[in-house]
Design a protein around this ligand. Structure first.
Ligand code: HEC
Length: 116
């Protein structure tokens, strides 16, 4: 009797663990792709040829973005998007960004160290 009860409990535990794995495998990737199709790395891929993978620009006439204040970066991107800050290079990069994209991009460059 004791052994039967014990193995039944074990089986229940295993079921619970399996259920958790299924939840992790199915629900989380679905949530991730539904909420945000692009990672910050994908979003900034277009910026790297000019502003550098580490946020340090490739050319002396292009600004460095690494370590810059988040709010400043977001404000500049919104200004390019709205046309209040004019740049033939930056307008095509910014015109179709959403506020959420801009926050993510600003955060990404803000977190890079400017001492590299
Ligand atoms: C073709 C080169 C090029 C590409 C690609 C590019 N930029 Fe720029 N970026 C520039 C130049 C040049 C400026 C300075 C423009 C000006 O005079 O306002 C600039 C300015 C900026 C500024 C303002 C910086 C400051 O100090 O005021 C931000 C923020 C910025 N870029 C972000 C981005 C982001 C984010 C992307 C990718 C989505 C991107 N850039 C792609 C060339 C580029």
């Amino acid at each position: 009797m004791m052994t039967l009860k014990f193995s039944a409990q074990k089986a229940d535990k295993r079921k619970a663990v399996c259920g958790y794995c299924v939840l992790l495998l199915c629900v989380f990737p679905a949530m991730a792709t539904a909420a945000k199709p692009q990672s910050p790395e994908q979003e900034v891929a277009a910026c790297i040829p000019c502003h550098g993978a580490n946020g340090i620009s490739m050319h002396s006439s292009w600004p460095n973005l690494a370590g810059q204040d988040k709010q400043y970066l977001a404000m500049q991107l919104k200004a390019y998007r709205d046309g209040t800050r004019k740049s033939a290079m930056m307008y095509p990069m910014a015109f179709d960004l959403t506020d959420e994209d801009i926050d993510e991009i600003a955060n990404y460059f803000h977190q890079l160290s400017c001492n590299e």
